[in-house]
Ligand binder design. Structure first.
Ligand code: G16
Ligand code: MG
Length: 217
């Protein structure tokens, strides 16, 4: 069947990590501890619930289930304040060209994100109508590195997993793509994303030339 692409959101389409960081940091400070940018790396690509668990472990704080829900909602409200102010010029370098190229050449593509805010973010960036399918944190029961999110995307795109090319910035996402038997493109550090089939240092390197080569294979 036909080749298709699956894009992660945070770190691939747009850098929402900086807004997640601000919102988690504020929560940490409210709970009486600090949270560094380096520690924030642990939350990339990870679900909201799992992120909170990691954060609480860093601060050595225990909360009841009820309190957890409450602080997660507060964190999300704070995060949404940033998201709703986001502008189209925050789309990462090269991404608009790649999405337009795929569209013009009728190569189907989906979103494959852990975020429950994915549809809101794509709407805010005016990108939502370009996607043939959207699979996000509302659609899955098992988070990355489980391949579920990408397998649902392949299904929605009506293509076999082996024909899918995943673009991801997080190690959990690369693992998910690999265990789904998909081709994985890592955006970031070669050392961290060594398991990916191809590693690019930034989205600017994800050019049409490379895509054409991969689509011809
Ligand atoms: C993104 C981020 C994660 C975040 C997760 C859930 O995933 O990388 O840091 O924790 O979404 O986000 P939300 O709180 O909006 O549901 P991805 O898969 O797009 O990189
Ligand atoms: Mg990501």
């Amino acid at each position: 069947s036909k080749k298709a692409l699956i894009f992660d959101l945070d770190g691939v389409i747009v850098d929402t990590a900086k807004y997640h960081y601000k919102a988690w940091k504020k929560l940490a400070n409210n709970l009486g501890f600090d949270f560094t940018e380096e520690q924030n790396e642990l939350l990339k690509g990870v679900s909201r619930v799992k992120s909170l668990e990691i954060l609480l472990e860093i601060g050595n704080v225990t909360l009841s289930d009820e309190e957890k829900l409450k602080v997660m909602n507060e964190k999300n409200e704070h995060y949404l304040g940033f998201i709703t102010k986001m502008e189209q010029d925050e789309i990462l370098e090269g991404i608009p060209e790649v999405l337009n190229y795929l569209r013009e050449n009728k190569v189907p593509f989906s979103l494959g994100s852990a975020s429950k805010n994915a549809r809101l973010i794509l709407t805010q960036l005016n990108l939502i109508d370009l996607f043939d399918a959207i699979v996000d944190g509302n659609d899955v029961s098992k988070a990355k590195p489980d391949p579920e999110v990408f397998l649902i995307a392949a299904d929605k795109l009506k293509t076999a997993p082996e024909n899918c090319i995943v673009v991801e910035d997080a190690i959990a996402g690369i693992e998910a793509a690999n265990s789904a038997q998909m081709t994985s493109i890592g955006i970031g550090d070669k050392e961290t994303l060594g398991e990916a089939d191809i590693v690019l240092s930034s989205t600017a390197e994800l050019n049409i030339e490379l895509l054409e080569k991969l689509l011809r294979k």
